[in-house]
Design a protein around this ligand. Sequence first.
Ligand code: ADP
Ligand code: MG
Length: 442
Amino acid sequence: MKFKELGLDNRLMKNLDHYSFKNATEIQQQAIPVALAGKDLLASSKTGSGKTLAFVLPMLHKALKSKAFSAKDPRGVILAPTRELARQVYGELRTMLGGLSYTATLIVGGENFNDQVKALRKYPRFIVATPGRLADHLEHRSLFLDGLDTLVLDEADRMLDLGFAPELMRIHKLAKHRRRQTLMFSATLDHAEVHDMAMEMLNAPKRISIESGNAHHTDIDQKFYLCDHLDHKEALLHRIIADADYNQIMIFTATRSDTERLTVELNKLNLKAVALSGGLTQTQRNTIMSQFERTVFKILVTTDIASRGIDIANVSHVINFDMPKHTEEYVHRVGRTGRAGNKGMALSLVGPKDWDSFKRVESFLQQDLTFDVLEGLKGKFKGIKPKKPAFRGKANKTNKKPTAAKKVAKKPVKRDKTFHTNVAVGDAVFIPKKKTPPKIDD
Ligand code: ADP
Ligand code: MG
């Protein structure tokens, strides 16, 4: 379907000429008409499928076609979990605002608060923000949302993972009026917490799910390698990079300190790497992202702050140096490549410490994942066999059910009849997930 069949305002159609594509992606074809009809939306589609325009276009169309509720309050607010993603979405919004008289501003953490207050006093019509800083401005009364037309939550599930639920609720309550439209997007929205938030914030939403987040992404070739220890991981990493025919690579590590350490190692090999983590100042973070985008660096070594939404066409390879703690982040990390119909490679290193995460990813993807071996770098680690009975040992620390199971296993007479259906290994329902907010690397 061509964009012109969607009935969008001509001024937006003109701005779409900035892009080389003429056909709408499937999520755009399905979400845009529903949003234009004024309905709330809970929409998911795979990474790199054009969700940004699927919410930016109807938001702007609506503003162009209707009268503002208020002369001062923003008409549209887009929330994103990280500053980098907010900045990128802001860029896309600016492109679509070309030639229109609307103003827009970016409100993210790490930037000067008073400068933002000054920008807000100019009453921008559209705001792209991270939820924490936007909530601060609401508290400070530098911003009011009584006249908001459209609220967009991009990567809604990640904002919850990062512990932003209270800020989201505050924003929702301060922008709560009958005619507000709310659009929620992500590649992974099947989580119970997202559902609860959606029930609270959305008004009779239409659910659009093009392909669920765990569906196989045919444009991304995914490989896994077993590793014994850190040195083995590094040897594999160096070999993978040496053998890869790559444009740009994103490497994900579990910790900020590893981003630095690996970057130093890679630069010793003249590989033009740079580290990005939440430990840097915002100015440093902005510079690094912009340099990576301009291919000043070939390799970005980062944490999950860059797992969501970042769209850099040259990223041909994603390497998980460590497996992610949150299962969904696997889908998002590997989704930094294979975007907009391009092909990509995703390679993951799985050591003993990654094993539990790997098994969770395997069950999330509902696939039997196999391991590749690089010549001369075969290790000894072959995975950890599940103990019998299941759920003994350490795993019990983070999950209550297994503790119960352990007790039950010792006293079979008192066995909970629902136990097997609830926690059987491989049961898709059993994806342990930390409820408490992790350390925010934003
Ligand atoms: P998502 O949010 O689904 O991960 P993005 O909105 O970041 O995806 O878009 C991914 C890439 O696809 C961007 O570079 C964007 O410019 C491009 N894109 C968007 N819409 C289309 C389209 N209709 N056809 C081709 N490419 C598109
Ligand atoms: Mg996106």
